[in-house]
Design a protein around this ligand. Structure first.
Ligand code: MCN
Ligand code: CUM
Length: 790
């Protein structure tokens, strides 16, 4: 990788501005926030997956000399805070009152002088439980006689949450009825966890005199959280300040509102002191935003020569005990209905049923683009299953079915409009980079019975940048983002945005957008984010929406400033504004390059005694609210090569070629970093990451001893390529990229392993493909990976 010493004035590779503090250990994370008199909270959690609470005795904990308060569901009930709304219009217990519904659920909250005393006091709380049978298998959740988990909800007599579908069912069924070939496959995307480096936490500081609540919290969506707090607490928004400081990774884990945050607020109100709550690793893994848990049945209708005609999908979506997913209201299964992926077909239909189980509130988190991860994985498995049945080469089958460039903008069978793409070019580039023909020749030359190698391909289409207000809202909040730009007299600038970085480098890339539009060096542009008192309203960072929405807002606000600068320049140069031409950083008189004013000169003049034309305001600033006209649709082609030892089932990823197209790249180095991270995620999910449960609902993945994460050891040296197909509706032609590789890569790895296992007649096996699982698949006995039952 090459980097340049002199930062570009605009797009291009440059080191991240924020790294100056990060590499020195000078970041400020929530746990670095220490306020005078601050107390510490800890959460008591349920050991049972499902149990009635008979009694809670807190006397001994209250009597602990260093304990300041013990809060239970009963305390909260008195404040009408025992239950809180989730982002998907369900309710979630803040602290359990009637029952516990998953292992690790919050039961009580202790506030003490230090973290250790708080933890010690948890041991002194005596809870009497009456255990109930647990529902762990999503496919059994709707069985008659299954224990009803959400008996707190009026009229809820089973574990059903929603039925939702998209596409044309009748047209799809008609294609299937006349199809030459139909293949069906059950595909599980097991429950996984984002596992960010920094766990979730908050410092709540309620000032009883001013009535203002200040909340340091590592949330990915500070403004959305503030509005929810305002609704829950009945406080006006201006009395709540949410500060999301430096965040050590989010990956979706830090979108929801967790009971610990609310408890910290109540703890501060009750004690009159600031209260810090930081969860530990096991708490994070057991109780916060899980991902996936999609039980899918895919069916493909095709011609005998491999033209895909239709796709039909049925899904059981396991949402855990509370429906805590964060996705636009109209889409209870997220954007799963992008499942036709990158392929041209006549019809498609999906039906998704959401169910409650005795597991932590699950949902959408973990670089998911609102369920496109599951959709992309399914369609890419189905294409390989079809190739297996038709005995066709999976690359050839994909080439035959990929959307063609002339089909864009492409209206998909389930109601999307893909903005731009050249898919065959990206796939061809990936195949060329991998040396596909040689790899196949190597594979064919292998003697039977020996070490195996496999080549896996995936092609994905993402849909990111939620989203157009008329289609998309969360809890009634439309998904537009504000931006404010102010250029000081000296030509230095401050940009205020509503999205919040968790490691994506926003302080750099947003400064680069301003630099590109105004010609102010990125080092002269300060990016302010993550503080609701200092930034305009917007819905936050997830679904790779920052570049598509706030990136666009930044370009638009910079262009407004540029137009203001034109007016000022016209006064300075005494020419008509229409006679001025822009080149990066300067307005000049058309036909006379020497007559011009730089943006810095204009900035000073805009604050000076210069007489401005009628109607032109002084100073150099602007605000905007950007409502995206459509999502952006980045895409990519991945090729993975694995070596598999049939004796042990051990998989080694030998090579990974990734061609990504995210339109115009603001900072190619940051884009590559994003892709590297997502590819590692993909290897993790495909080969080792899993949150499973035993029959009683015990979580088997509650520490890094059980929940395995990929390290550099498991990752090859990534081979990256790119194509650039700008988004036609985005002001700078950029598309989001943060989740692309997580969406696209698991299928490439799994397809590669299954390609290797082809000599053993294995058509499909579910993730994660651990050595034990691969070995069993070779023996013809693949397992249900989501349950600890074989
Ligand atoms: N970028 C660019 N050119 C493009 C697209 C993006 O230079 N054409 C840059 C952006 O300017 C930004 C970064 O790449 O600095 C990611 O941009 P984008 O794709 O818009 O994604 P977001 O900033 O909205 O980040 C969210 C996305 C999500 S949803 C998850 S999950 C995830 C991901 O980012 N979580 C991450 N990447 C992560 N990376 C880190 N280090 N930490 C996380 O928690
Ligand atoms: Cu769904 S993980 Mo990201 O969108 O924060």
């Amino acid at each position: 990788m090459t980097t340049v010493e002199q930062p570009p004035i605009g797009f291009g590779r440059m080191h991240r501005k924020e790294d100056a503090r990060f590499v020195r250990g000078r970041g400020t994370y929530v746990d670095d926030v220490n306020l005078p008199g601050m107390l510490h909270g800890a959460v008591l959690r349920s050991p049972f997956a499902h149990a009635r609470i008979v009694s809670i005795d807190t006397a001994a904990a209250q009597a602990h000399p260093r304990v300041k308060a013990v809060i239970t569901g009963q305390t909260l009930d008195g404040l009408k805070l025992a239950w809180m709304p989730t982002l998907s219009q369900d309710t979630q217990a803040v602290l359990a009152t009637d029952k516990v519904r998953f292992q690790g659920q919050e039961v009580a909250f202790v506030v003490a002088e230090d973290r250790y005393a708080a933890r010690d006091a948890l041991e002194l709380i005596d809870v009497e439980y009456e255990p109930l049978p647990a529902v762990v298998d999503a496919r059994r959740a709707l069985d008659p006689g299954a224990p009803v988990i959400r008996d707190d909800k009026d009229g809820q007599t089973d574990n059903h949450i929603f039925d939702w579908g998209a596409g044309d069912e009748a047209a799809t069924d008609a294609v299937f009825a006349s199809a030459e070939v139909v293949v069906a496959q059950d595909v599980l995307y097991p429950r996984v966890h984002p596992a960010p480096l920094e766990t979730c936490g908050a410092v709540a500081d309620f000032d009883a005199v001013t009535g203002k609540l200040t909340m340091w919290c590592n949330t990915q969506a500070p403004h959305a959280h503030r509005t929810v707090y305002a609704l829950v607490a009945g406080l006006p928004e201006h009395k709540i300040r949410v500060i999301s400081p430096d965040v050590g990774g989010g990956f979706g884990n830090k979108v929801p509102i967790y009971p610990g945050y609310v408890c910290a607020v109540v703890g501060s109100i009750v004690t009159g002191k600031p209260v810090k709550w930081m969860e530990d690793r096991s708490e994070n893994l057991m109780s916060t935003g899980f991902a996936r848990d999609f039980h899918m049945r895919g069916e493909v209708a095709a011609t005998r020569d491999g033209k895909i005609r239709a796709l039909r999908v049925k899904v059981i979506a396991d949402h855990g005990a509370f429906n805590g997913t964060a996705q636009p209201t109209k889409f209870p299964a997220g954007f799963f209905h992008v499942f036709t992926g990158s392929y041209d077909m006549e019809a498609a239909h999906c039906a998704v049923t959401g169910v409650y189980t005795n597991k932590a509130p699950g949902g959408v988190a973990y670089a998911c683009s609102f369920r496109i991860t599951e959709a992309a994985y399914l369609v890419e498995r189905m294409v390989d299953v079809l190739a297996y049945e038709l005995e066709m080469d999976p690359a050839e089958l994909r080439m035959k079915n990929l959307l063609r460039p002339e089909q864009f903008p492409y209206p998909s069978p389930t109601g999307w409009e893909y903005d731009s793409g050249d898919y065959p070019r990206a796939l061809q580039l990936a195949l060329d980079m991998a040396g596909y023909a040689e790899l196949r020749a190597e594979q064919a030359a292998r003697p039977p019975g020996g070490p195996l190698m496999g080549i896996g391909i995936s092609f994905f289409t993402e849909a990111v940048g939620a989203g157009p207000r008329k289609h998309m809202d969360i809890l009634g909040l439309g998904m537009a983002d504000g931006a404010e730009l102010r250029v000081h007299p000296t030509g230095k600038a401050v940009l205020r945005i509503s999205v919040q970085s968790q490691g994506q480098g926003h302080e750099t890339t947003y400064a680069q957008i301003v630099a590109e539009e105004l010609g102010i060096p990125p080092d002269d542009v300060e990016v302010v984010h993550g503080d609701t008192d200092q930034t305009p309203f917007g819905l936050g960072t997830y679904g790779s929406r920052s570049t598509p929405v706030s990136g666009a807002a930044t370009a638009v606000v910079a262009r407004k400033v540029r137009e203001r600068a034109r007016q000022v320049a016209s006064a300075m140069l005494e020419v008509d504004p229409g006679d001025l031409e822009w080149e990066k950083g300067r307005w000049y008189v058309r036909g006379d390059q020497s007559q011009g004013r730089t943006i810095q000169e204009i900035a000073l003049a805009s604050h000076s005694s210069l007489e401005l034309p009628e109607g032109v305001e002084g100073h150099l600033d602007a605000t905007t609210v950007y409502n995206p006209p459509n999502l952006t649709f980045p895409f990519g082609a991945y090729v993975c090569v694995v070596d598999v030892d049939p004796g042990t089932g051990q998989v080694k990823v030998r090579r990974f070629v990734a061609v990504d197209d995210c339109g115009v790249r603001i900072n190619p180095m940051i884009v590559e970093g994003q892709v590297h991270g997502g590819l590692a995620d993909g290897i993790g999910m495909a080969l080792m990451e899993l949150i499973a449960f035993d029959e009683d609902g015990n979580c088997l993945g509650a520490s890094f001893m059980d929940y395995l994460l990929p390290t550099a050891m498991e990752c090859p040296s990534w081979e990256l390529g790119e194509t650039v197909t700008p988004s036609p509706h985005h002001p700078i032609g950029a598309k989001g990229v943060g989740e692309s590789a997580t969406v696209g890569s698991p299928a490439a790895v799994v397809n590669a392993v299954l390609d290797a296992l082809k000599p053993y007649g294995v058509r499909h096996a579910d993730m994660p493909l651990t050595p034990a699982h691969v070995w069993r698949a070779i023996q013809g006995r693949p397992i249900r990976t989501d349950l600890a039952i074989t």
